[in-house]
Design a protein around this ligand. Structure first.
Ligand code: XLS
Ligand code: NI
Ligand code: NI
Length: 441
C-alpha cells in the first residue's frame, strides 16, 4: 500500500477490496465490485462514490449534550496550515484505502476559518495548493465543493436571505472564494445548501423579499462561475427544517418551482439527501421521482434518518428496501446528471475506534451496490415494469391516445363519459408490487 502522506493514520487497514457476499472479512466489499457492469455501466461509473470531508475528518461526535468523543491525531498541530495539511494527509489516506474516486468539502472543513476575511482567503489558497498535489498523486477527484454559510454567528439570520445587506455581501465574498477553489481543483459540481436560508419566525420576516434576494444572489454566483470557465452543474440541496424552523428549499417540488421562477433551471439541478426527504415527510424515492420528472436529478447525499424522531441524524444507510426503491428510480431516470453518491453521514458518538469509519463506509457502499443489482433485476426480469405500464394502457391507443396527443377538447370528455356510463373498478395492485420488490431483495 503506497502511502500518500508521510504518516499512516489508519494503521493496520489496507485497501478495501471486493470479496463477494460469502466473505467474512469485515474489511472487504460483499456487493460493491467497482468494475462489475450493471445496466450497461460499471458500478464505479454509476455511483461516483464520494467521502464527505466534514463528517469523516472534522466531526468528532459532539452533540447538544456533550463534546466530541473522537480524538483525531490530525488535529494535533496548532498552526492552521499544518493542521489542514495533516487532515488532508489523513483524508487522502482514507479515501484511497476505501477505493473510492471522489470527495466533497465545505471551505472551512479544509482549513480553519481565519480571524479576518483576508486571512481566510490566504488560508484557502494555501490548502487548495496542497489538495491539487494530493489529487494529482492519488487520482482522487472533487465531486463538489460548497461554502459553509451557516455555522459562523454572522449568518444567524441567513446568508443570501439575511435582512442585512452587508451579511449578504459577505456571503457573496465567501462563496466567490469557494467557487474559485472548486474550479482550481477541477470540481465537477458546486452545491448550495441553504442552512440558514429560511426563518425562525414569520413575524419578523419579509418572505417575498428574502426569496427575491436568494434568486438574484444564485444567478450572480452562476454568472461569476461561468465567467471563470466553470462548466459543471450547480446543485441546490433541499431540506425542510433544522436548523431553521422553515427552510426555503423545503423539498424537491419547492426547489424546482423556485429554480423555474428565478430563471435558474438551465444551470441548476438537485442534490437530494435521504434524511432530508424523511424530514420533509417524503420518501427518498419520491424526492428523486420529482427531480427526475423535471430533468433535475443531479446528485445524492447518502445517509438515513431515524424513523422514530425528527432530526437530521445522518446515519449511514442500511435500509435495503429504501435503497432498492431509490435505485429503481435511479435506473429509470438514466442515472444522475453530473453528480454522484456522497456519504453525508457520520458514525455514532459512541463509535470511537479508528476503524469504525471504515465499517460505516463499507456498509454504505455495499447497500447501494446491492440495491442497484436488485433494482436492475426487478426492471429486467420481473413483471414490475409491464404491470406498471399496463395501468396506463388505456392511454396507449384510442381516445386515451388522442387525449395524450392533445386531440381532444373538454367537451369530448363529456361525450365519452356519457357514452361509457358506469365504469368497472381497476385495481392498483399495490400489494403485488410490494411483493415483487421483496422477492428480488
Ligand atoms: C446538512 C446538509 C449539509 C450539506 C452541505 O444537513 O446535508 O451537510 O450537504 O452543506
Ligand atoms: Ni447533505
Ligand atoms: Ni443533512
Amino acid at each position: 500500500m503506497a502511502l500518500i502522506g508521510d504518516k499512516e493514520y489508519f494503521k493496520g487497514i489496507g485497501e478495501i477490496k471486493f470479496e463477494g457476499k460469502d466473505s467474512d472479512n469485515p474489511f472487504a466489499y460483499k456487493y460493491y465490485n467497482p468494475d462489475q457492469v450493471v445496466a450497461g455501466k460499471t458500478m464505479r461509473e454509476h455511483f461516483k462514490f464520494a467521502v464527505a470531508y466534514w463528517h469523516t475528518f472534522c466531526g468528532q461526535g459532539a452533540d447538544p449534550f456533550g463534546p466530541g468523543t473522537q480524538n483525531f491525531p490530525w488535529d494535533e498541530p496548532s498552526d492552521a496550515i499544518d493542521a489542514a495539511k495533516a487532515k488532508a494527509d489523513a483524508a487522502f489516506e482514507f479515501i484511497t484505502k476505501l477505493g473510492v474516486d471522489y470527495y466533497c468539502f465545505h471551505d472551512f472543513d479544509l482549513i480553519q476559518e481565519g480571524a479576518t476575511f483576508t486571512e481566510s482567503e490566504k488560508r484557502i489558497s494555501a490548502i487548495v495548493d496542497i489538495l491539487k498535489g494530493k489529487q494529482a498523486e492519488s487520482g482522487v477527484k472533487l465531486l463538489w465543493g460548497t461554502a459553509n454559510c451557516f455555522s459562523n454567528p454572522r449568518y444567524m439570520n441567513g446568508a443570501s436571505t439575511n435582512p442585512d445587506f452587508n451579511v449578504l455581501a459577505r456571503a457573496g465574498g465567501q462563496i466567490k472564494l469557494a467557487l474559485d477553489a472548486t474550479i482550481a481543483l477541477n470540481g465537477e459540481n458546486y452545491v448550495f445548501w441553504g442552512g440558514r436560508e429560511g426563518y425562525m419566525s414569520l413575524l419578523n420576516t419579509d418572505l417575498k423579499r428574502e426569496l427575491d434576494h436568494m434568486g438574484r444572489f444564485l444567478g450572480m454566483a452562476r454568472d461569476y462561475a461561468r465567467s471563470q470557465g466553470f462548466k459543471g452543474n450547480f446543485f441546490i440541496e433541499p431540506k425542510p427544517m433544522e436548523p431553521m424552523k422553515h427552510q426555503y428549499d423545503f423539498d424537491s417540488a419547492t426547489v424546482v418551482g423556485f429554480l423555474n421562477q428565478y430563471g435558474l433551471q438551465d444551470d441548476f439541478k438537485l442534490n437530494l439527501e435521504f434524511n432530508h426527504a424523511t424530514l420533509a415527510s417524503h420518501t427518498m424515492q419520491h424526492e428523486m421521482e420529482v427531480a427526475a420528472a423535471h430533468g433535475m436529478l443531479g446528485s445524492l447525499d447518502a445517509n438515513r434518518g431515524d424513523y422514530q424522531n425528527g432530526w437530521d441524524t445522518d446515519q449511514f444507510p442500511n435500509n435495503i428496501t429504501e435503497i432498492t426503491e431509490a435505485m429503481i428510480t435511479f435506473l429509470q431516470a438514466g442515472g444522475l446528471q453530473g453528480g454522484g453518491v456522497n456519504f453525508d453521514a457520520k458514525i455514532r458518538r459512541n463509535s470511537t475506534d479508528m476503524d469504525d469509519v471504515f465499517h460505516a463506509h463499507i456498509g454504505g457502499i455495499d447497500i447501494f451496490a446491492r440495491g442497484l443489482i436488485t433494482a436492475d433485476k426487478i426492471l429486467t426480469s420481473s413483471s414490475y415494469e409491464s404491470l406498471r405500464k399496463k395501468r396506463y394502457s388505456s392511454f396507449d391507443t384510442g381516445k386515451g391516445g388522442d387525449f395524450e396527443n392533445g386531440k381532444l377538447d373538454f367537451k369530448d370528455l363529456y361525450e365519452i363519459a356519457k357514452e361509457n356510463g358506469e365504469l368497472d373498478l381497476q385495481s392498483g395492485k399495490q400489494e403485488l408490487f410490494e411483493n415483487i420488490i421483496n422477492q428480488y431483495i
